[in-house]
Design a protein around this ligand. Structure first.
Ligand SMILES: Cc1ncc(COP(=O)(O)O)c(C=O)c1O
Length: 398
């Protein structure tokens, strides 16, 4: 199968901005369209179908990150998922949350407003040249730290956080480790059991090829479900009654205020009412597509492209923002700077490239920045050659 045929837009443009939005494969679009057509022509299927679609999607999440389907609930986006997670942790005034200065502004916003609402302390660790020092993290984490919130891969420069050390540090004070994996899951390998995170959360719109489906997932490590302050439960959070749903709906003797039994799985924390099923259908299909290609292969491909980006940057005497030799710390995001060019020039360059149909991104935060490229399984060496030859040409007109 030629993967690129799944992404017709690639006939027209060079797309190197999956860290912004991922491309959606044709298989997913066709599947969602089919369900929509069925809705028009036959009407909706029953709620058993909804449950099946959700369970199938959970299985694909399992294949992706090595969790159990019972540890997964779906949400809308990374930010919404994170808000749900924080809202379930029983934090008090005396507690502290630790996070990092390069976190995505939407994540920072949720964490900061959450802490001010609870009245607890927030400690934000500063990067050193785009990298986080384990010693700095150890110092910032204290006995009252209840939660560490981090993106496993940083959005500005693609730095892969020291995940093993984060787990150890969290364990040393009994804190939850909450990871935003939106720039990680689907891009390079992620095994949540190996990482030992308590929660991971990701929207579908980047490396999971599910842009605008409005679906992401949250993983909740088994065993901590009962520690959580779950939001009020809706019918979708309940188990099917022994009389089965069809009879339940009919049953004239039913007392609507008599609660059914809550699900024992993370689905207890999911949407309380009718789920956004079209999005889940598309999300499932995109995850299945990724899983069929296989994360091993995607990882190797993306790291190989990263290597080409890094080599091309160094060959030209340019600078990789926060470069590390340690390949274990490589993600599929690379940000680079061209010496002698102002940050605004980088911004202009990216816009000029866009006009020529080469899509990269200009990104910055915390004093860092440059041109961010984020190739995925649908990109080729040729795409990168076009990017670099385009930059070389445009540099003469800046
Ligand atoms: C690291 C990181 N976290 C969160 C987000 C926001 O994701 P969402 O819109 O799914 O909440 C982004 C978006 O770029 C991101 O890069």
């Amino acid at each position: 199968m030629d993967l690129r045929l799944q992404f017709p837009v690639l006939k027209r443009i060079v797309y190197l901005n999956t860290a912004g939005y991922g491309l959606v494969p044709l298989v997913s679009v066709k599947r969602v369209t089919k369900i929509l057509r069925e809705l028009c022509e036959k009407g909706a299927r029953d709620s058993g179908y909804e449950e099946k679609v959700l369970e199938d999607a959970r299985v694909e999440v399992r294949r992706l990150i090595n969790c159990d389907p019972s540890e997964v609930f779906f949400t809308v986006s990374t930010t919404t998922g994170l808000r749900e997670i924080l809202g379930m942790l029983r934090l008090e005034k005396r507690d502290a949350v630790v996070s990092f200065d390069l976190e995505f502004p939407g994540v920072a916003s949720v964490v900061k407003t959450f802490c001010s609402r609870v009245g607890c302390e927030l400690r934000v660790i500063r990067h050193r040249g785009g990298i986080y020092d384990v010693g700095d993290i150890e110092k910032a984490v204290g006995d009252n730290t209840r939660v560490i919130v981090a993106s496993s891969v940083q959005w500005v420069n693609g730095f892969l956080m020291p995940l093993r050390e984060l787990r150890e540090i969290a364990d040393s004070v009994g804190a939850y480790l909450v990871l935003d994996v939106i720039q990680h899951a689907g891009a390079v390998k992620l095994d949540v059991k190996e990482v030992g995170a308590d929660f991971v959360v990701a929207g579908g719109e980047k490396w999971l090829l599910s842009t605008w489906f409005g679906v992401g997932f949250v993983y909740v490590r088994r065993g901590i479900l009962d520690e959580l302050d779950a939001p009020p439960l809706g019918l979708h959070n309940m188990k099917e009654p022994s009389v089965k749903w069809s009879y339940y709906w009919f049953d004239p003797s039913k007392d609507c205020w008599s609660l059914l039994e809550p699900k024992k799985t993370a689905a207890r924390l999911e949407w309380a009412g009718t789920p956004p099923l079209l999005g889940v259908v598309g999300f499932r299909e995109s995850l299945a597509f990724l899983n069929e290609v296989g994360m091993e292969r995607v990882h190797e491909h993306n790291i190989r492209l990263k290597e080409l980006v890094v080599d091309s940057v160094f060959e030209r005497g340019w600078e990789v923002v926060s470069f590390t030799e340690d390949r274990e710390r490589w993600s599929s995001i690379t940000t680079f700077k061209i010496p002698g060019l102002s940050m605004e020039d980088h911004f202009r360059l990216v816009n000029m490239l866009k006009e020529e149909g080469v899509i990269a991104a200009a990104r910055g935060a915390g004093g860092l920045g440059g041109i961010r490229v984020s190739p995925h399984l649908y990109n080729t060496e040729e795409d990168l050659e076009k990017l670099f030859s385009g930059i070389n040409r445009l540099l003469t007109s800046l």
